[in-house]
Write a protein that binds this ligand. Structure first.
Ligand code: EPZ
Length: 418
């Protein structure tokens, strides 16, 4: 199992590029199932979750050609409308094939994802939405079987709570349904908008993506398209925190500043200097003094839950008390104990984490538990005195492409030990 060995203390300086968004590329890959024509996606990050989704599509019947960051998909026919447990247990986003499979072939058999490190993460809202669109759902042996022999019909789907992949799954189910579908209380994340942009290029009729009400007029069929995936706002945000926590002078390039607005505002409240040199870059400079500022995670455009762990690492170095409230997932503080092993002063109380600082961190042996928790351990290690060894970095490889190479390129003392 790969490890990272990091020696802290270097202020990061220079330019660090952002890849395409994992969480936008995953639904975009699934959207390829909706047509028998070729779909070409550019700027697809070569991370573990993407390779898992590509494997799943091949099992379903898609021809997948990868050339660098370009992926060409062609699903002339659905051979096996299934997402097996072996794959789903490693990546819950596999449930994104549910909607497209039912829309394209009238049936789907998808393993229930099972538990996840950060919370129960059921997909009951995906199922509810498909039933609203006329699918019949059976659950047995850990699988969901959805059938719609006469196709899906448009309906109003009001989500009990905001779900990103639930919105994406249902949008893909609705594009070929008969009549109009209205998704209410829909997710407004940029990844939802990017998926809608791709579907519209494929011939779908969608209005309101990016707002909480999305209207979809079903069409007979979709055709092929070419699309470039948006920048990964969570990777960009992670790098901004890296520049802030090391007190460096770091420019994050190839990003979309608008998509990290909540983080930028919070960093500025903490006393970090953040400027925008051009339309696709953000420059972060440590000012030597970090103030503790409370933060509550919210659905977009609020502060992203996927940046909560990174922000917690920063608050360990800030002056004062920061109260961090995690409202999206029920168990997303596992990084706290590992940061505490490095010397951080963090008290957990239900949905709240109380971080007192500044507390100097010292290098230690720590274990990654999930994708974004791993990122926060890297951030802590970058500022810790001495050497940190992070085990199980396969978690970080799920969502960050060559993060150690990128960070070393701006001065971090980090190496991967196989
Ligand atoms: C997406 O997960 C992201 N993954 C997550 O990123 C991200 O943390 C999350 O949205 C929130 O922003 C992808 O896009 C592939 P949700 P998703 O459905 O869609 C509950 C990362 O680090 N819920 O918006 O699975 C759920 O338990 C990953 O890249 C139900 O109760 O999240 C959670 O508490 C981690 N029933 C809340 O809603 C459902 O049917 C939000 O979940 C669906 C969700």
């Amino acid at each position: 199992m790969d490890k990272f060995v990091i020696t802290g203390g270097a202020a990061l300086r220079g330019e660090i590029p952002t890849n395409g968004s994992k969480n936008s590329a995953l639904p975009a890959l699934a959207a390829g199932l909706l047509t028998d024509e070729a779909v070409t996606l550019h700027r697809v990050p070569r991370v573990r979750d993407i390779r898992t989704m590509e494997r799943l599509l091949v099992d379903i019947g898609t021809t997948v050609d990868v050339e660098g960051e370009t992926v060409r998909l062609r699903t002339e026919r659905i051979l096996s409308p299934e997402a097996p447990y072996e794959l789903v247990k490693t990546m819950r986003a596999s449930s994104l094939v549910l909607g497209p499979l039912v829309a394209r072939s009238g049936r789907a058999r998808v393993s229930l994802p099972g538990g996840c490190a950060i919370g129960a993460r059921p997909i009951n809202l995906h199922i509810f939405g498909l039933e609203q669109l006329g699918a019949t759902i059976n659950q047995a042996h850990g699988y969901i079987e959805a059938v719609a022999p006469d196709g899906l019909r448009g309906a109003v789907v009001h989500f009990d709570r905001i779900t990103v992949t639930g919105t994406e799954d249902l949008m893909m189910a609705a594009v070929l349904a008969r009549g109009e579908t209205v998704l209410r209380n829909a997710a407004r994340e940029p990844e939802v908008v990017d998926l809608a942009d791709l579907l519209i290029k494929m011939g779908a009729n969608i209005e309101g993506a990016g707002t909480s009400t999305i209207r979809i007029q079903g069409v007979e069929r979709l055709h092929g398209a070419e699309h470039t995936i948006i920048a990964d706002r969570i990777e960009a945000g992670t790098f901004l925190v890296a520049g802030a926590i090391t007190g460096g002078d770091l420019t994050v390039t190839r990003c979309n500043p608008e998509h990290v607005g909540a983080l930028v505002s919070k960093l500025q409240q903490c006393g970090v200097e953040v400027t925008q040199p051009d339309a696709t870059s953000l420059r972060v400079r440590g000012t030597g003094r970090l103030r503790s500022v409370d933060m509550t995670t919210e659905e977009y455009p609020g502060f992203a839950t996927d940046l909560q762990a990174q922000y917690m690492a920063l608050m360990t170095q800030a002056e004062g008390i920061a109260i961090i409230v995690e409202t999206i997932f029920e168990n997303r503080f596992m990084h706290a104990q590992e940061l505490a092993r490095m010397g951080a002063n963090i008290r957990l109380d239900g949905k709240q984490a109380i971080v007192a600082g500044p507390h100097a961190l010292t290098g230690a042996g720590v274990i990654a538990s999930d994708l974004r928790a791993s990122a926060s351990l890297v951030l802590g290690a970058l500022v810790a005195k001495g050497e940190t060894v992070i085990d199980r970095v396969y978690h970080i490889d799920r969502g960050y492409e060559k993060i150690e190479t990128k960070l070393a390129g701006v001065g971090a003392k980090i190496r991967r030990v196989v």
